[in-house]
Design a protein around this ligand. Structure first.
Ligand SMILES: [Zn+2]
Length: 694
């Protein structure tokens, strides 16, 4: 354990800072919280969980699929509501989206105008299985328009060629359990089936027999003429149909009234301007998905409207200080729109101090058996933002806020290591570097199903998450030297978390934790690697402290410099790291320096087949590697590692340094993985080599 202590001399700085910031904490402030209690109380009193819930009811009435007319209607609803509050400083930007135009690795989807869709059994009995206007989620998004009749055939998962061996699906309707987009591509585009009906896999929430999942076909422009339809059915429906499909006696009829066409990804900004136009704080939510879908993510979009109203009201009433930095509220089409927007606006990197992503923030946590997770920034982007948000969450919990018509549930929340899967991925990206936290519920058995409905939303949860985000956003938009120094004492404390995570991931495959003799016999190279990872983590903590600079004046920065000679500290760490690499005499390949040339995680799914197609024969290697990593909860460990490896590829680190940085965060990597990864990404232009160190 003494090793761990040596690692974190920051405790000493912490004491220094506490002394330094002592006199600056006014009488009205609790030393426990960064946000002053009067500011917090003003926000908690004005913010309305009931209004946020009402906004959910407004937004969830639209089938708001990215780039489609329903999305535009939801966006117009948001603008009308903002207007009614006198928030008129808004801007809508449009980016072509046609199933062909690509933003980094994301292909903008085709627009989809849908009016109705029905699926019927024709024989041996007649029954309607789905009607879009009753249950929008039972029709796969981007289904083509048309009318079809055919015999049913079951192909199992249906997402790979093996599912189709010995089966003739041409002219038939395919039943499968895989994701609709992947099944449709294999069955309809490649093999001439008419369409697909997706049933839940046996192990997919069998305790909820009426769940219908949200699925999309993600038809690409060149596939449009061959595209068919897709529907989703429940466990209960499948249990009834399955014997008929197996016996070859089920015939179906499908009819869809819809068109696929070119459209635009619409990104909406609303501003509450600060005095200094050079800096802004972004509060972001994705405005999609399906009609009636409430928590994901009408709740985040609805909250943004209420946050904007609250801040505007409090500014007018002079109950909060004037904003220094602009507050930008950003409603996006998830992933695609955010990548398109950040690609067009590289200046956001320099201007945005922080981003808060509100993605699923309104659940009744008892009804959904869930909790509020706050995802920290990844280790590639250490930031004070994590400590700020954690501190405000503690303040929210202590305030025990309850909305008049809401639940009295426990506020069940926790900070988590980086968790991917929404728009904060794009902001935290190594090419963008805007620190972003995400607020979101997980686990969630209603996620992406017909069960995610407004009646499972809770105005109390909305109030708590909304006050959390508003208090943090207002603090970020108004903070100066004194506030930054007040937060300073909390930054660096998470070292404990990092070190705990770190010690769980020591680079010894054979070490089981109880075998201390093995630990004593650490091989020298393993020790060297361990030492390097310690240095990397130390450097990240110093960077987290230094990130406060973004909030400070020149004078404040000098003061911080005097207290934390972090510049020198980082240089010394760098030099020691360099020595360590030289001692090890690494192969030349690992001393190459790559730079990443794309934004966001690599899109590798049915919605963006570009990556798979472009990788060609190398895609087999990709899948082989992926199989070596466990799937953890919502995130694929492999995807997280690839994402972070990219983020560390800043044009300065060698492959050896990137490998160590990723291993410090996630644990040992398979030998040769990092080099293999970057060689392949360079081949398809996603990475460039900028230097070769000796
Ligand atoms: Zn979603």
């Amino acid at each position: 354990m003494s090793r761990a202590l040596r690692l974190f001399p920051l405790c000493f700085l912490f004491l220094l800072a506490r002394a330094a910031s002592g006199p600056q904490t006014g009488a009205d402030s609790s030393p426990k919280y960064v946000v002053s209690q009067p500011l917090f109380d003003a926000i908690a009193t004005e913010y309305s969980g009931e209004r946020a819930l009402d906004n959910i009811r407004g937004i969830s009435q639209f089938h708001r699929i990215q780039a489609s007319p329903g999305f535009t209607q939801a966006r117009e609803w948001v603008l009308t509501r903002l207007h009614s509050y006198g928030i008129t400083d808004v801007e809508v930007e449009r980016f072509p989206s046609d199933g062909h135009t690509r933003y980094s690795t994301h292909v903008g989807p085709m627009a989809w105008a849908v009016r109705e869709g029905e699926l019927w059994t024709d024989a041996p009995f007649r029954e309607r299985l789905c009607r879009f206007s009753d249950q929008p989620v039972c029709l796969s998004t981007l289904s083509n328009g048309g009318e079809w009749r055919g015999e049913a055939v079951d192909v199992g998962r249906g997402t790979d060629p093996a599912s189709y061996e010995g089966k003739d699906v041409r002219g038939r309707i395919v039943f499968a359990s895989g994701y609709a987009g992947a099944v449709h591509r294999e069955a309809v585009i490649r093999r001439g089936a008419l369409g697909v009906v997706i049933y839940p896999a046996a192990n997919d929430r069998p305790e909820h027999p009426d769940l219908v999942r949200y699925n999309g076909l993600w038809v690409q422009a060149e596939e449009k003429d061959k595209a068919g339809f897709g529907f989703q059915i429940s466990h209960r429906q499948w249990a009834r149909l399955r014997p008929l499909v197996a016996a070859g006696t089920l015939r179906l009829r499908a009819k869809v009234d819809a068109e696929l066409h070119s459209g635009a990804l619409e990104v909406t900004s609303a501003y509450l301007r600060g005095n200094d136009p050079s800096q802004e704080i972004i509060v972001v939510a994705h405005l999609d998905h399906y009609k009636f879908g409430a928590n994901d993510n009408a709740s985040g979009s609805a909250s943004l409207v209420e946050i904007a109203r609250t801040v505007k009201t409090l500014l007018e009433q002079k109950k909060i200080p004037p904003l220094k930095r602009t507050l930008r509220f950003l409603w996006v089409p998830e992933h695609f729109g955010t990548v398109a927007w950040l690609t067009k606006h590289p200046e956001v990197s320099g201007r945005a101090v922080a981003a808060i992503n509100m993605d699923m923030v309104g659940e009744n946590l008892v009804k959904t058996n869930s909790r509020m997770n706050i995802s920290r920034t990844p280790d590639s982007l250490p930031s004070f933002l994590n400590d700020l948000i954690e501190n405000v969450a503690e303040q929210v919990e202590a305030a025990d806020l309850v909305s008049p018509n809401g639940s009295h549930n426990l506020f069940h929340w926790r900070m988590t290591p980086y968790s991917a899967g929404s728009d904060h991925d794009m902001f935290n990206d190594g090419a963008v570097r805007v620190p972003a936290v995400q607020l979101g519920h997980w686990p969630d058995w209603t996620h992406h199903t017909n069960e995610d409905t407004p009646d499972r939303a809770d105005s109390t949860t909305l109030l708590r998450c909304g006050v959390l985000a508003t208090a943090a956003a207002v603090w970020l938009a108004t903070a100066g030297d004194e506030d930054a120094m007040r937060l300073f004492v909390f930054v660096g404390l998470p070292a404990a978390t990092s070190s705990a995570r770190f010690w769980k991931r020591i680079p010894l495959g054979s070490f089981k934790g109880e075998d201390w003799q093995t630990f004593d016999r650490l091989r020298p190279e393993a020790e060297r690697r361990l030492e390097r990872r310690r240095m990397i983590l130390h450097e990240q903590q110093v960077r987290a402290l230094r990130s406060l600079n973004a909030l400070m004046s020149d004078g404040g920065r000098e003061q911080l410099d005097a207290m934390v000679p972090a510049g020198k500290d980082i240089l010394a760490t760098r030099a020691r790291l360099q020595e360590s690499y030289e001692e090890e005499k690494l192969p030349a390949g690992m001393l190459r320096v790559p730079r990443k040339k794309y934004i966001g995680p690599i899109a590798d799914g049915p919605s963006s087949p570009w990556f798979k197609q472009t990788m060609g024969a190398d895609y087999a290697w990709w899948q082989e590697q992926k199989a070596k990593f466990p799937e953890e909860d919502l995130n694929s460990q492999f995807d997280l590692i690839v994402y972070e490896a990219g983020n560390f590829a800043d044009g300065k680190r060698t492959l050896a340094e990137i490998e160590d940085a990723v291993a410090a965060e996630f644990g040992e990597l398979p030998p040769g993985f990092i080099e293999g990864l970057f060689d392949r990404l360079a081949k398809i232009g996603l990475v460039e080599w900028v230097a070769q160190k000796k």
